[in-house]
Design a protein around this ligand. Structure first.
Ligand code: NAP
Length: 239
C-alpha cells in the first residue's frame, strides 16, 4: 500500500456524511486535508476536531469560483494538491414531474457542473506535477438508473462517463481517475426530499465510514495500478 502521510487531499462536500467521514479517515492516515462545502459552521466544527491537518474553505461547487478557491487554499497552505475527492452532491426522490424546476436544476448544477468545475480547478497543478488522483463519488444509480430518481441518476451516469473519459485522457500523464458507486448510505442525503430520519431501511444502508474506507483504499493503492470503478452495497441491500 502507498502511504498517504503528508499528501494533500482536497475534499468537496466535507461538511457532512461521506465527505466528513473521508476527511477523518484521511487525517488518520496522515494526510493534510482541505475541506470544502457551503456550511462554514460545520466545516469549522470538523476542523476543530481534526486539528492542524485540516483547512476549511467555504465554497459552492455550482460555479468555477468555489472550486478555484478550494484549490488556491491547498496551494497557498501546502504548496501542492496530490488528490481530489469530488464528493459534493445532492438528490431528491420522486417522479420527474414531482419536483420544481429549481430543485432539478440544482441537482444538475451541483452533481454534474460542480464535478466538472472541481476537476478543472485541481487538474492544472496535478498535470504540472505529473501525478495526481481524482476520486469521484457517483452512485449505483449512475450505473443502472432507478425509479423516482431519474434526474439524479442522469447526473450520476454523467459522472461515470466523465471519469471514464478522463481516465483515457489523463492516464498517460500520471493522473488516476476513479469512481466510487455506493448504494444507499445513511447520511443527510435527500432528507426532506424523499428520505426521512425514520424511514425503513435507513439503518441497514452503508455507513458513511464504509464509503470513506473505500476512498482511502483507492488512494492508498500503489501508483503502478489504478481503480477505475468501485460499486458497493451493504450486506442488507440487494443489488
Ligand atoms: N447517501 C446516499 O445514499 C448516497 C448514495 C450514493 C452516492 N451518494 C453520493 O455521495 C455524495 C455525498 O453525499 P452524502 O450521502 O454524504 O450526503 P450529505 O451528508 O448530504 O453530504 C452532501 C455534502 O455535499 C455538500 N454540498 C451540497 N451542495 C453543495 C454545493 N453546491 N457546494 C458545495 N458543497 C455542497 C454538503 O455541504 P453543504 O450543504 O455544507 O454545502 C455536504 O457536505 C453525493 O455526491 C451523493 O450523490 C450518496
Amino acid at each position: 500500500m502507498r502511504s498517504l502521510k503528508d499528501t494533500v487531499v482536497a475534499v468537496t462536500g466535507a461538511s457532512s456524511g461521506i465527505g466528513a467521514a473521508t476527511a477523518r479517515t484521511l487525517v488518520e492516515a496522515g494526510a493534510q486535508v482541505v475541506l470544502g462545502a457551503r456550511h462554514r459552521d460545520r466545516l469549522d466544527a470538523l476542523v476543530a476536531d481534526l486539528g492542524a491537518a485540516a483547512t476549511p474553505v467555504e465554497m459552492d461547487v455550482r460555479s468555477p469560483e468555489g472550486p478555484q478557491r478550494l484549490v488556491a487554499a491547498a496551494l497557498d497552505t501546502y504548496g501542492r494538491i496530490d488528490s481530489l475527492v469530488a464528493n459534493a452532491g445532492i438528490g431528491a426522490y420522486g417522479g420527474i414531474l414531482d419536483h420544481s424546476d429549481e430543485v432539478l436544476s440544482d441537482i444538475m448544477d451541483t452533481n454534474l457542473a460542480g464535478t466538472v468545475w472541481t476537476i478543472r480547478a485541481a487538474l492544472p497543478s496535478m498535470l504540472a506535477a505529473g501525478a495526481g488522483d481524482i476520486v469521484i463519488v457517483s452512485s449505483v444509480a449512475g450505473l443502472r438508473g432507478g425509479a423516482d430518481e431519474a434526474v439524479y441518476a442522469a447526473t450520476k451516469f454523467a459522472q461515470v462517463g466523465l471519469a471514464g473519459s478522463l481516465d483515457r485522457e489523463l492516464r498517460e500523464r500520471g493522473i488516476r481517475v476513479s469512481t466510487i458507486c455506493p448504494a444507499g448510505v445513511e447520511t443527510e442525503f435527500a432528507m426532506g426530499l424523499g428520505r426521512t430520519k425514520d424511514m425503513p431501511g435507513l439503518h441497514d444502508m452503508l455507513a458513511a465510514d464504509d464509503v470513506a474506507a473505500a476512498i482511502r483504499c483507492v488512494l492508498e493503492q500503489p501508483r503502478t495500478m489504478r481503480t477505475q470503478l468501485w460499486s458497493m452495497w451493504s450486506m442488507s441491500q440487494g443489488s
